[in-house]
Design a protein around this ligand. Structure first.
Ligand SMILES: Nc1ncnc2c1ncn2[C@@H]1O[C@H](COP(=O)(O)OP(=O)(O)OP(=O)(O)O)[C@@H](O)[C@H]1O
Ligand SMILES: [Mg+2]
Length: 288
């Protein structure tokens, strides 16, 4: 993080606190919780990626997840969207327990995801990626994709959300990292998602494109979409989120409304944890 991040982060309230209908944390009940995970654990061989994560997302809320590299954030998102199965733990959507075997299971519950490692198909065009797995077929021509319609809709949709890609017929592998990210976000937001999981949606973005995606997130939020956003940049998180969860070594170590925490508190938490790990010899390699 840079000094600029801190300066920006201290400015202005979050979107949520200004949003009509947003229920402040203290006044919430279980009925306000749209998505909940309980005791999620996940091992990859000897690596403990998650060890007993409890997390909740309230209706209409933007929850930020922050934590060091390797803390387990992406693993958690992949479990919440049905891409990975947890070793143990439970997931609830609107109070009802669910088991996701595939990403489609989660989609059926209104959960859409933008993965950190993208998941666009490089050899397909922009519009083909936008419609991947949701192809439109022409009337009376079973199985034949209505390319003209998809191209038209793709262009219209991208224009509407101000994502300007020079050529929607271009293969995605020819686009820049930021443009690809914009398409991944556009694809997830194209669906009428109830819950949107965004794993570092701004990571490859320039300033202008970041602002554009942030506006998109704010707009979706104002339309009542509940979201989990992962970002390493505190300025983004403070601008977008209602509440933050810090994840450290596979556990949630802090759960605070943004209005009740600060960049300093978060930085102190990260630094003290780093020091503890160093003292315990877990980060011996960092000396090299
Ligand atoms: N498929 C996998 N196979 C083996 N280990 C994995 C796999 N996916 C993640 N891990 C390990 O699990 C831990 C958590 O990784 P994860 O990707 O969830 O971290 P993260 O918090 O998203 O980090 P970053 O901020 O760098 O994206 C790491 O130690 C990582 O190496
Ligand atoms: Mg990650």
């Amino acid at each position: 993080m840079t000094a600029t991040d801190g300066d920006m982060a201290s400015k202005g309230p979050s979107v949520g606190s200004a949003r009509p209908g947003y229920v402040p944390d203290a006044a919430r009940t279980e009925a306000d919780v749209i998505f909940r995970a309980e005791g999620i654990t996940k091992h990859f061989g000897a690596v403990v990626a998650l060890s007993g994560v409890d997390l909740h997302l309230d209706r209409g809320e933007v929850l930020g997840l922050v934590g060091d590299n390797g803390a387990g954030k992406s693993t958690l998102v992949k479990i919440l969207c049905g891409f990975l199965r947890p070793d143990s733990g439970r997931i609830f959507v609107e109070g009802k327990e669910v088991t996701f075997h595939t990403v489609q299971d989660a989609r059926a519950q209104g959960i859409e995801t933008v993965y950190q490692d993208l998941a666009l198909v490089p050899q397909l065009t922009v519009y083909e990626n936008l419609f991947l797995n949701r192809e439109i077929t022409g009337a009376g021509r079973m199985g034949v994709l209505s390319r003209r319609r998809m191209r038209g809709l793709a262009k219209e949709y991208l224009d509407n959300i101000n994502v300007h890609i020079p050529n929607i017929d271009a293969e995605v592998e020819l686009l820049s990292g930021g443009q690809r990210q914009a398409i991944a976000v556009a694809r997830a937001t194209r669906q009428d998602a109830k819950i949107l999981l965004l794993d570092e949606p701004l990571a490859a973005m320039g300033a202008k494109e970041s602002a554009l995606i942030m506006d998109l997130v704010k707009d979706l939020s104002s339309r009542g979409v509940s979201m989990i956003v992962i970002d390493h940049n505190y300025a983004h998180l403070f601008a977008l989120c209602d509440r933050l969860n810090v994840i450290q070594q596979g556990k949630v170590t802090l759960d605070r409304p943004v209005a009740e925490t600060s960049v300093n508190e978060l930085t102190d938490l990260m630094v003290s944890s780093f020091r503890r790990q160093l003292e315990a010899g877990h980060l011996a390699a960092a000396e090299d």
